[in-house]
Design a binder for this molecule. Structure first.
Ligand code: DC
Length: 345
């Protein structure tokens, strides 16, 4: 066990108590989430604020989050001409087994400019799209990627492939966790592009169709709660984003897989609308299905995906929320493209 420090910085929108506390809370929360910190392991938290933030002590945000027994300190940042305005910086120190190289520092909003190294490395553009099952993430992302010449990466397909492997090998996705973990090294997942379409291969076989079956959908949600499965797939996903401009969709892309993505979107729609879309899609493909079963599967997955401990589904604080309940497919794709076109404005 060692004490390690995580660095965070952000900017407050305005010099108001609420904006200062919101910005401070968001940064501390991201530090905790991205580093999987247990609040009991935090030894102390220090904030600095620039002199233009006078309406609140940011440390009050930590108390408001329910962290009541950690020593806190607020300090004034030195005034340096031309430096970032309305800036809140934070150091969270905590006990951990992690190495320094495994610590994720957090730079939000205007404070991203404090880390030119982060931006400099991002020669490729990453667009992160999260959202619940059936919100249209994959069809919208696929269409936008095709239009803009980006590579579309469907991370759900990877979780589905792990579930399919389990099903094919008589491993129960929900209960045989240890058995599946032992087999993880035997699972080889590859994404290939053939005639412009993405195909997913599981140990050399094209499983693009097989992973779409309803039992695989539910299995995917079950295997996705297993931290070891996530670790393996997240590292694959991060490596893919280093090689091209990508649109990646999933549940934890904005907050965890690509925290430095230039565009972050949370694409959602009501449960009813999502079930309707899925029903229509399957019926059009000639797959016989039951609307109520589809709806209850979606509800099951929503609950499973958002209540799990590791990387739960949620709208990241710096993601744009896009509710497509009342949008057509074309309108949703246009809205996503408009957000991508805003990069660099
Ligand atoms: O997007 P999808 O329906 O193909 O995803 C299948 C399941 O995989 C979903 O219920 C949750 C899980 N998943 C995840 O946990 N994290 C991702 N990045 C993508 C999918």
């Amino acid at each position: 066990m060692a004490v390690r420090a995580v660095r965070g910085a952000t900017t407050a929108d305005n010099n108001t108590r609420e904006d200062i506390l919101d910005a401070a809370a968001e940064t501390v929360k991201e530090i905790i989430d991205r580093n999987g910190i247990n609040t009991e392991d935090i030894t102390d938290i220090t904030f600095t604020v620039t002199k233009d933030l006078t309406k609140a002590f940011p440390a009050a945000a930590v108390r408001r989050m329910g962290i009541t027994d950690v020593p806190l300190l607020d300090m004034a940042a030195p005034f340096v001409e031309g430096s970032l305005e309305k800036c809140i910086r934070v150091i969270v120190r905590f006990n951990t087994e992690k190495k320094n190289s495994e610590i994720h520092h957090v730079y939000l909003k205007g404070a991203k400019v404090l880390r030119p190294d982060i931006t400099a490395k991002e020669t490729y553009i990453s667009v992160a799209v999260d959202g619940p099952a059936g919100a249209g993430k994959s069809s919208v992302s696929k269409a936008v990627a095709k239009d803009l010449g980006y590579v579309y990466i469907d991370t759900g397909a990877m979780y589905r492939s792990v579930a399919l492997y389990a099903i094919q090998n008589g491993i129960d996705c929900k209960t045989d966790t240890d058995k599946l973990i032992k087999k993880l090294d035997d699972i080889r997942i590859e994404i290939k592009y053939e005639d412009g379409a993405q195909h997913i291969y599981l140990n050399g076989s094209d499983v693009s169709k097989a992973i779409r079956e309803e039992k695989v959908s539910v299995g995917a949600s079950d295997v996705a709660v297993i931290p070891e499965v996530r670790k393996k797939l997240v590292s694959l996903q991060q490596n893919m984003a280093k090689t091209a401009n990508v649109i990646m969709d999933g549940r934890d892309i904005c907050s965890y897989v690509l925290p430095n993505a230039q565009v972050k979107i949370f694409l959602t729609a009501s449960v009813e609308k999502r079930a309707e879309r899925r029903y229509r899609e399957l019926t059009e493909k000639g797959v016989s299905c039951d609307f109520e079963k589809i709806k209850s599967d979606i509800e099951y997955r929503d609950k499973n995906d958002s209540e799990r401990k590791t990387a739960p589904l949620k709208c990241a604080p710096d993601a744009v929320l896009l509710d497509t309940s009342d949008m057509t497919f074309e309108q949703s794709a246009e809205a996503v493209k408009a957000l991508i076109k805003k990069i660099g404005d």
